[in-house]
Design a protein around this ligand. Structure first.
Ligand SMILES: Cc1cc2nc3c(=O)[nH]c(=O)nc-3n(C[C@H](O)[C@H](O)[C@H](O)COP(=O)(O)OP(=O)(O)OC[C@H]3O[C@@H](n4cnc5c(N)ncnc54)[C@H](O)[C@@H]3O)c2cc1C
Ligand SMILES: NC(=O)c1ccc[n+]([C@@H]2O[C@H](COP(=O)([O-])OP(=O)(O)OC[C@H]3O[C@@H](n4cnc5c(N)ncnc54)[C@H](OP(=O)(O)O)[C@@H]3O)[C@@H](O)[C@H]2O)c1
Length: 379
């Protein structure tokens, strides 16, 4: 019988291997993680994501404790009613990076200063509050308004629970039984003069080893699936950066099941020499027919940016033929810039190679959506 794992009842897995996919690149830090599921009974399908619990940075928790004048040993109740010391709670249970409205409202009430955000806490100024909050963290607000004093219980009472992060699964159980692979970019940036780190991606990259319990469960990919093996429908997969992850799972599954249809992969990263994720696997798949075509775009190897949508446009005629053969068009990766730009390129392909007006192209793509031939997994 398959065990059902979920948020309340997560599976416990262990890290088996971690490989840096961007070795030699100073601009990016993207990792391939192999997690052992041995003995757990956790199962998934290509297109599913792994929801992972993680911990906050102990250094950040300590800075917050100092700012609040706590020792870290003070006892607090976590949201499940269990008692723990506040340092553990700040590392393991509560979200301590992005400031939300409840926390900001509490600081605004407690400080004698006129805060920069006090006027932005009304529902009609949600957008302005989001703009003000962008790049700011809880620690910044505590340091800026040091007279906002909290008791330990009050402080955890204005924090949200630390949320799971989702990762598109990069492997197939048919190729790697008892394992789940992930492709994760470590989030790091600087804002307001401080170095910031993404909670989960940094925890994975810097603070776990083969003994750390990894609590996780599956979130289903809904419609984001490859066709059945006997189905000869061609597939076109656009997966720049970590967007490559589910397509590695698709291709492993298709190889293991001798899937019939042809497959075309568009991959993009910053440098060919240091960021060609899973290059040797694609070469093998091209040789054995799992992949019919691989088209790459290296954005920072030349003066002008080259992205996958430029390559899509270069291959417009052929891509149009695949679409007319009924191909399913998949996109995975960055939602804010890449996915809309690739969508625009798809419209251009239908207009130019398909000889359609902008309105006809929009209707053609709308029909692809309706027929479930346009599928996206974007974040
Ligand atoms: C369905 C799905 C699948 C996903 N699959 C993958 C995957 O395969 N691989 C992968 O790497 N990620 C994937 N993600 C994203 C992943 O879930 C996390 O969001 C990502 O790893 C960041 O989490 P974190 O805890 O490290 O960072 P967080 O602590 O959550 O920090 C990220 C936040 O930092 C802020 N931020 C980031 N950059 C800046 C900046 N320059 N300036 C100011 N603020 C900034 C933003 O508010 C951002 O939301 C997926 C997401 C979804 C929803
Ligand atoms: N919201 C944002 O502004 C933003 C920015 C970056 C990353 N992210 C997020 O960071 C995470 C990790 O990103 P990632 O490492 O997977 O890859 P990524 O940052 O999306 O980069 C992968 C490749 O896509 C290129 N790219 C940038 N803009 C593009 C566009 N409009 N169209 C097509 N390609 C484009 C990048 O080029 P260049 O980097 O050289 O431009 C790079 O070569 C994701 O969660 C992503 O959503 C968000």
């Amino acid at each position: 019988m398959t065990t059902t794992f979920n948020r309340k009842n997560p599976c416990t897995a262990k890290l088996k291997q971690a490989d840096l996919l961007t070795a030699g690149c100073t601009e990016k830090d993207t990792w391939h993680y192999e997690i052992s599921l041995e003995g757990s009974g956790l199962e998934f399908l290509p297109g599913d994501s792994l929801a992972l619990f993680s911990h906050n940075s102990p250094a950040l928790a300590d800075e917050i404790l100092v700012a609040l004048g706590f020792t870290g040993d003070e006892e607090v109740e976590d949201p499940d009613g269990a008692t723990t010391d506040i340092r553990t709670a700040l590392i393991e249970t509560f979200a301590i990076t992005a400031p939300d409205k409840k926390f900001l409202a509490a600081v605004n009430d407690k400080t004698s200063a006129t805060t920069a955000f006090g006027d932005l806490l009304t529902p009609d100024r949600k957008k302005e509050l989001a703009e003000w909050s962008w790049g700011r963290e809880i620690i910044d607000v505590l340091l800026e308004y040091p007279d906002a004093k909290f008791t330990p219980e009050e402080f955890v009472g204005v924090l949200r629970k630390l949320q799971v992060r989702l990762y598109s699964i990069a492997s197939s159980l048919k190729a790697h039984p008892d394992e789940v692979h992930l492709t994760v970019a470590t989030v790091a940036y600087e804002s307001f003069g401080r170095k910031r780190q993404g909670v989960c991606s940094t925890w994975l990259a810097e603070r776990i080893d083969s003994e750390t319990p990894l609590r996780c469960f599956i979130t289903p990919g809904k419609g984001f699936r490859p066709p059945e093996p006997a189905d000869a429908t061609p597939i076109i997969m656009c997966g720049p950066g970590t967007g490559i992850a589910p397509f590695r799972a698709f291709l492993q599954e298709r190889r293991a099941t001798s899937a019939k249809g042809k497959a075309w992969l568009f991959f993009g990263e910053i440098h060919e020499a240091t960021c060609f994720f899973y290059k040797h696997e694609w070469e093998q798949y091209l040789a054995d027919g799992t992949l019919e075509k691989l088209t790459t775009a290296w954005s920072r190897d030349q003066q002008e940016k080259v992205y996958i949508q430029h390559k899509i446009l270069e291959h417009a005629e052929e891509l149009w033929q695949w679409l007319e053969q009924g191909a399913i068009f998949y996109i995975c990766g960055d939602a804010s810039r890449m996915a809309p730009d690739v969508d625009k390129a798809l419209h251009t392909v239908v207009e130019t190679a398909g000889g359609k007006s902008p309105e006809e192209a929009a209707a053609y793509i709308e029909q692809m959506h309706k027929d479930k031939r346009y599928r996206r997994d974007i974040y």
